[in-house]
Design a protein around this ligand. Structure first.
Ligand SMILES: [Zn+2]
Length: 273
């Protein structure tokens, strides 16, 4: 599943090809993905200029003067910039053309989304899908102090609190396991029992790990394809994720795998207390 780093890499990849450009055509080849497509989008966007490509959590935001196109990649979606002459393939459900090239969304499993939020309905950040999102981990507003304050009444394990996304976004299953390892925190620890000093370590770990993943061009998914059409990208070297039974890179103890809320968690019993 594309995580925040992949979405940010996608944003950086497509933005130079779209920002300041005028939409010449919008094409849907399906009734919808997770939700029905806004079928009036071709009319709404024709001749309009894309002001900016933003991101909130894992949602890409194509901002126009009169509203915002919200795109989510779901489980298997990817976006590419292609020449308009490139014929669509089976899972290419949405094109947004800007003259000689286009943005094309391919999504084999169809859990993605393309939605329209009109400016007259208020700031896009208040859209029902965005309003409940936590802080952006790579922005200055995110801090250990916030993590500490917002977990004082949260008895759930810290791993699950991170995955919930209502305090901080972008710390998905892989990055939660890796961040907790880096911070030396056992993923089963009740969030409200963790001290501010340890949240300092965790906040730093989250920032460093997400920034490193973005620098490397995303993370893991074999079927995520970068905007340049290159398939896959660098498999990252993880410390604990997907390393059950292998020796900890720090102490040699075998990595433990457990289930937390249906998701696999990986950690080192010796390094994480
Ligand atoms: Zn260890």
């Amino acid at each position: 599943m594309p995580e925040l780093p992949e979405v940010e890499v996608t944003r950086r990849g497509v933005a130079p090809h779209l920002e300041g450009r005028t939409v010449t055509a919008v094409t849907f080849r399906h009734a919808g993905l997770r939700w029905p497509f806004p079928l009036d989008l071709p009319t709404l966007l024709a001749g309009r200029t894309i002001r900016d490509i933003g991101r909130r959590g894992k949602y890409l935001l194509l901002r126009f003067d009169h509203g915002t196109v919200i795109i989510h990649l779901g489980m298997s979606g990817h976006l590419r910039i292609l020449d308009t002459s490139v014929a669509p393939k089976k899972h290419d459900h949405f094109d947004l053309a800007v003259g000689s090239h286009l943005l094309r969304l391919s999504d084999p499993r169809r859990f993605g989304a393309v939605l329209w939020h009109a400016a007259e309905d208020g700031p896009v950040e208040q859209h029902v899908l965005l309003a409940g999102l936590g802080l952006e981990p790579l922005e200055e507003v995110f801090s250990a102090q916030i993590l500490y304050q917002k977990t004082r009444n949260r008895a759930a394990p810290i791993k699950q609190v991170l995955l919930a996304g209502d305090i901080v976004v972008g710390v998905g299953n892989i990055y939660a396991s890796e961040s907790l390892f880096r911070a030396g925190i056992n993923p089963k620890t009740a969030a409200h029992r963790i001290s501010l000093a340890r949240y300092e370590l965790l906040a730093d770990a989250i920032r460093i790990i997400l920034a490193a993943a973005i620098d490397k061009g995303g993370s893991t998914l074999r079927d995520f394809i970068g905007v340049d059409g290159q398939s896959g990208y660098f498999q990252q070297s993880y410390f604990v994720y997907d390393r059950a039974g292998l020796p900890c890179r720090n102490c040699g103890t075998l990595i433990t795998q457990i289930k937390q809320g249906q998701r696999s968690t990986f950690y080192c019993k010796k390094c994480q207390k």
